[in-house]
Design a protein around this ligand. Sequence first.
Ligand code: NAI
Length: 341
Amino acid sequence: MDIKSDVIKVAFFDAKAYDTNVFDIANRDFNFKITYFKGHLTPETAPLTQGFKVVCVFVNDVVNRDVIDILEHNGVVLIAVRAAGYNNIDLKAAFKRIPVVRVPAYSPYAVAEHAVGLMLVLNRKVHRAYYRTRDNNFTLNGLLGFDMHGKTAGIIGTGKIGKVAINILKGFKIRVLAYDVLPDKEFQKNAGFEYVDLNTIYRESDIISLHCPLTKDSYHLIDKKSIAKMKSGIMIINTGRGMLIDSKALIEGLKTGKVGFAGLDVYEEESDYFYEDFSNKVITDDVLARLLSFNNVMVTSHQGFFTQEALQSIAVTSLHNIRDFFAHQRLANEVCYKCGA
Ligand code: NAI
């Protein structure tokens, strides 16, 4: 396919001002014709892709079989995911029809640092102290935290982000336990932590942080049964994907005090809310509303990735992926149903 880059039309969904700024700058080196759509890609908006060769999507765009049918019919030849996770793409439906590329790594530091930030904020109740001192209330009642030093953290998933999280936590002199379906023994040797099974993580950890992808096996990894195995007062941090946690079971755990803290950068049903302004509207999702009502829960709006360095890297890699496709280069960042990526 010999197409000059300035006639390669890219339909960019869920575009925010920070996306357009960074992509417009990065695109000076590529010259694609990018059209930014504010809305999500869904079966309803997919017809907008008529005449586009590429769709560029983010984590809350819907790329299911219905959407892929429409994309193919409209002549879209590439799905460029501007994220690492691709659980929102029906890879089986896309297989042998439309290749899917992603950004496997942009800044593992951004996400790992955010996860540790959630731990510190929750432990020392910084979110509550902030409002208290604004109100000229300088008391400490209710703000008592614990030393991170000497506690045990369980890291589930020791890929790029999990590894950075482990290195940061080792700096606090925390005892780190980890679980991964594919343990990295080489990294373990130098980093100084123990690989254990999930039950040991649940039994021994004071803090559990999720850094594995959402797959069939990891769906609702944290549920009523696993919470029952945890220490009373456990802190659970999720910067992975919302569906790693059964939110209703988490709420039950929070109500009984079994779960002492939850730091959630992701939420099962986040696509209806995250990245949008609901400050003048009512939240009709009772589970989300309940989670937001706990003063020992910190919800952030899937912002773990959101650093300058990560955004630039996402833009450059996404545009490289598109260029490689049209230049018939090997697609180093392809994910597909049978690639095992
Ligand atoms: P990675 O692919 O480098 O590492 C994932 C690790 O999880 C691998 O070592 C893999 O073997 C392991 N794993 C897979 N299934 C598992 C299971 N069932 N139990 C335990 N371990 C399992 O991925 P990376 O870059 O470290 O990202 C991890 C996840 O973080 C992504 O899949 C994504 O869902 C999430 N993420 C969240 C962001 C945010 O803004 N909050 C931004 C980027 C990624």
